[in-house]
Ligand binder design. Structure first.
Ligand code: AMP
Length: 282
């Protein structure tokens, strides 16, 4: 991959890079199409990264279908599919040996998802840093769906002086509003119907904001109540709201008033599935 990237760059061509964990859907493909359009060469990686999963998380059962992924990428005329093995990515490093200069700061990693997945974003920064050095992209593409991740990747690109344009593209949704995710296959039919409440909560936040509400705590309370009430009325389905929070979209810090762009982010567990979603206000 490194040799290929050097050859491409030496020929004066640009590289657009889309990192994924595979089991591709339209959300991934929207990034792939943008990378193809905006660059001479499009590289897509497929790698289920063990260092971003916690010990009790779904690394082993994470859905995989390499043949289908390859077919979808061939249909989009992707130039390079890079799918290294764990050994190739981490010949002699472990998460605990991550160089300190690419460990993202606590103020970005300890809140929101980081509060429930304490080592997740360190693993993400580690793997993306390795990919960036191998692929040497001019532009890299990420989905707004993983909002906190995009903030951390922007930090990484700045911190490591990588000169990579980090492009963040909108969340692609199912027709009823559910954000597409590889993990949606875990949802049982009854759960699938229920989870739409997350999208509805974000719509409520948007409505309140558009009607002039600028107090984040009041919006948080209303959307938390909406989700929790819905979860309480569900029988025999284990549902738990992890957070429904509004934070500054750039720094991820708590705010007392919505003045700058702010992210409304939610995470919930439904049965075996952990779902996240967000929108940006202002
Ligand atoms: P993953 O394979 O889940 O690691 O995702 C790879 C990339 O696709 C990440 O940048 C995600 O944010 C992005 N992505 C995942 N789901 C969506 C979606 N529904 N819409 C847009 N981008 C997405």
């Amino acid at each position: 991959m490194e040799r290929l990237s050097k050859t491409i760059k030496a020929a004066g061509k640009t590289i657009g890079f889309v990192p994924t964990m595979g089991f591709l859907h339209e959300g991934h493909m929207s990034l792939v199409r943008a990378a193809r359009q905006e660059n001479d060469v499009c590289v897509v990686s497929i790698f289920v990264n063990p260092t971003q999963f916690g010990p009790s998380e779904d690394f082993d059962s994470y859905p995989r279908d390499f043949q289908k992924d390859k077919k979808m990428l061939a249909e989009e005329k992707v130039d390079v599919v890079f799918c290294p093995t764990v050994k190739e990515m981490y010949p002699n490093v472990t998460l605990s040996q991550t160089p300190p200069d690419i460990i993202p700061p606590k103020n970005l990693t300890a809140c929101l998802c980081g509060a429930f997945r304490p080592t997740h974003f360190q693993g993400v920064a580690q793997v993306v840093d390795i990919f960036f050095h191998r692929v040497k992209p001019d532009r890299a593409y990420f989905g707004q769906k993983d909002f906190q991740q995009t903030v951390i990747i922007k930090w990484l690109a700045r911190k490591a002086h990588l000169n990579i344009d980090i492009r963040v593209l909108p969340t692609i949704r199912e027709s009823d509003g559910l954000a597409m995710s590889s993990r949606n296959v875990y949802l049982k039919p009854k759960e699938r119907k229920r989870v739409i409440i997350l999208f509805q909560a974000l719509q409520l936040a948007k409505e309140l904001y558009e009607n002039g509400e600028r107090n984040p705590q009041r919006i948080e309370r209303k959307i938390s109540n909406l989700i929790s009430q819905n979860f309480l009325t569900s029988r025999n389905q284990e549902m738990k709201l992890q957070y429904a929070e509004i934070r500054d979209a750039e720094t991820l810090q708590s705010i007392h008033e919505i003045k700058h762009p702010a992210v409304v982010a939610v995470a919930a567990i439904i049965g075996k599935t952990r779902l996240i979603d967000n929108i940006v206000l202002g």
